[in-house]
Write a protein that binds this ligand. Structure first.
Ligand code: NAP
Length: 244
């Protein structure tokens, strides 16, 4: 599986959980050194836990592999290069999690927004997820159970949207539209495309007070673990529908 923005926050926790369950996880990071540091810390932590428990590392299943890769979702050439390497070395991708995002812009509103910030949010949160999906689609098509998960936010829900946080709101609403459109386009191929909200989670973006990353990541995993023929084009948090 491929996770974007996985050197910290929800992406890192998701990578940790999935590797612990035996998956081969490409830990995407736009700064490779940051991804390598994060993976090394996880591996050390896993070994430490194994030493402290009678069951050892296999207690949570066979540990998988964490493979840090340089992956900037705004860099089309870089994405193509990673996809080529993955094709040559692993052959396929079963799950793509478009998790990377920027600019939870609580400091501005639509009327006075810095449109440079808005452009950056659209470039990463929407076009970045789109580019990444296009880059890995040929490898997802080689999987028997392909899944694409868009890590969105209730902040992108038109049904509950009010003023404020304009770059984030608009970009996540567009990501939701992309989810529905891709889901329709790929349905006949059996590729499930779903959006999830991880809930307010204590990360650099979410700030203190949110729920633990373990719960936010579990909300994402729901859409990864859907059965063949399962729902596509949905928007959920903790497996329950969020109004569009
Ligand atoms: P975070 O801690 O701020 O982490 C964001 C990640 O995205 C970082 O790894 C960052 O890399 C990466 N990123 C940014 N631009 C990138 C690019 N161009 N290419 C590749 N990676 C890039 O955020 P988080 O809270 O874990 O959020 C993860 C996802 O959950 C986001 O989609 C967010 O919108 C969503 N979400 C979060 C909450 C919450 O309360 N935390 C709630 C709802 C939805 P760098 O380290 O290099 O900056």
């Amino acid at each position: 599986m491929v996770v974007t923005g996985a050197n910290r926050g929800l992406g890192l926790e998701l990578a940790r959980q999935c590797a612990a369950d035996g998956d081969t996880v490409l830990l995407g990071s736009r700064d490779l050194a940051a991804g390598e540091r994060a993976a090394a810390e996880l591996t050390t932590a896993a070994l430490t836990t194994a030493e402290l428990t009678a069951e050892g590392l296999t207690a949570a299943g066979s540990p998988g592999r964490l493979l840090p890769v340089r992956l900037d979702v705004t860099d089309a050439d870089g994405l193509r290069a990673v996809a080529t390497t993955v094709r040559d070395q692993l052959g396929r991708v079963d799950v793509l999690v478009n998790n990377a995002a920027v600019h939870y812009d609580t400091w501005q509103n639509a009327a006075n927004a810095d449109l440079g910030v808005v452009r950056e949010a659209l470039e990463t949160n929407v076009v970045g997820a789109w580019l990444t999906t296009q880059a890995f689609l040929p490898l997802l098509r080689r999987s028997r159970h392909p899944r694409i998960v868009m890590v969105s936010s209730e902040g992108g829900s038109l049904a509950s949207m009010g003023g404020g946080i304009p770059a984030y709101h608009v970009s996540k609403a567009a990501l939701n539209a992309l989810t529905r459109t891709l889901a329709g386009d790929l349905e006949r191929e059996g590729i499930l495309v779903n959006a999830v909200c991880p809930g307010w989670t204590a990360t650099d973006m979410g700030g203190p007070g949110g729920r633990p990353v373990s719960q936010g990541a579990a909300s994402i995993r729901y859409a990864m673990d859907l059965p063949d023929g399962g729902p596509t084009g949905t928007f959920t948090r903790d497996g329950r529908p969020v109004p569009w």
